[in-house]
Design a protein around this ligand. Structure first.
Ligand code: RUB
Length: 342
């Protein structure tokens, strides 16, 4: 895993020795982003199966079920984690212990390969929506760090730029964890795509002045009716985009759709620690990791990590099978009936 807590200042590959460490890495956002969490959950299940390979069948089954439970309790909102862990658990449901171990590893590899292929297709379909000279606004990080190999929201941007289109990207800072300022800006810099980081509060300003042609974001879970859970602040961007007649697209593969979820009201929204709101962290001028307090230490704070954008604000979903358009209660089930769990 790339340790995303250290980016953009230090690029460090880290690894986890067992599924418990993988769960810890997901919880603490060493890696984050719906797709990356899903793939990490899948490999966590593969690790658990390997850890249990010398146990009896009954012990093996209990061990992997407990591992699935531990991995699924790390972060509640992104559905990719649940789909991926379920798929790996199902893969270990038959055969000898040795065969089950093999199947768990193979299923994790398959999920990773599917994500790579989906992210490429999202880029290929999505680039057609981006005109030459466009200015695109994005929120949080839905790039290659969040979803292997090209990202979701950043994939169309990447592919349009590779096509030779002139473009500019406004990157929302995305407090409190600053995934935009730290991660999206870093990815765009790697790819040579012109961009500027803006504070979260500035998006409306640029939209009202006509400086934004479209918004593209990723998603952590899309309900069957098209409501979208994504990083906190997404909802505001969608409403302001609508107010200003700016198209608002959500880039998401089938693994992010949850047909068992009728509407956004059923999506559990993760609440994280208040310390993320009360402080900021980065590096000091000597390059050492450093944390500063903004508010007084004991100030009460609320820290919802996600919000729900009602489907009516979404111009279209950029998926690996094409662009889905409203009415979503028809187009989503048509496209992804039987979604997620193999
Ligand atoms: C990440 C986030 C991203 C989505 C989309 O939240 O909200 O926009 O996960 O990512 P966090 P993807 O940083 O808290 O995990 O590209 O995987 O669909």
């Amino acid at each position: 895993m790339i340790d995303q807590t250290k980016l953009p200042h230090v690029f460090q590959i880290t690894s986890s020795k067992d599924h418990a460490e993988t769960a810890h890495a997901i919880r603490n956002m060493v890696l984050r982003g719906a797709g990356a969490i899903g793939v990490a959950g899948a490999y966590g299940m593969a690790q658990a199966a390997m850890e249990a390979e010398n146990l009896s069948m009954n012990e093996f089954e209990s061990y992997v079920e407990a591992a699935a439970d531990r991995l699924m309790r790390t972060r509640p909102t992104a559905v990719n984690l649940f789909h991926a862990v379920d798929r790996c658990l199902n893969a270990t449901a038959s055969g000898s212990v040795a065969e089950r171990v093999h199947k768990a590893v193979a299923e994790a590899d398959t999920i990773a390969e599917e994500d790579i292929s989906a992210s490429r297709s999202i880029g290929e379909y999505g680039r057609e929506l981006i005109g030459d000279g466009f200015c695109v606004l994005t929120h949080c990080n839905a790039g290659a760090l969040a979803f292997i190999d090209f990202g979701t929201a950043l994939s169309p941007i990447r592919f349009a730029h590779r096509q030779g289109k002139n473009m500019f990207v406004f990157v929302d800072e995305t407090r409190p964890r600053c995934q935009g300022a730290r991660l999206t800006a870093w990815e765009l810099q790697q790819e040579g795509i012109p961009h500027a980081v803006i504070v979260d509060n500035a998006a409306g300003h640029f939209m009202r002045r006509g400086e934004v042609d479209m918004v593209i974001v990723g998603a952590d879970r899309v309900a069957a009716n098209g409501d979208v859970a994504n990083k906190i602040g997404t909802y505001e961007k969608a409403v302001i985009a609508r107010e200003n007649g700016i198209p608002f697209y959500v880039a998401a593969p089938r693994m992010t759709f949850d047909l068992n979820c009728g509407s956004g009201d059923e999506i559990e929204i993760e609440e994280r620690d208040a310390s993320e709101v009360l402080g900021m962290w980065g590096i000091d001028e000597e390059g050492s990791p450093s944390r500063v307090l903004i508010a007084a230490k004991d100030t009460p704070a609320r820290n919802p990590a996600f919000d729900v954008t009602p489907a009516k604000y979404v111009t279209g979903f950029i998926t690996e099978i094409g662009i889905l358009r409203p009415p979503y209660s028809e187009s989503i089930p048509q496209a992804f009936g039987g979604v997620g769990i193999a």
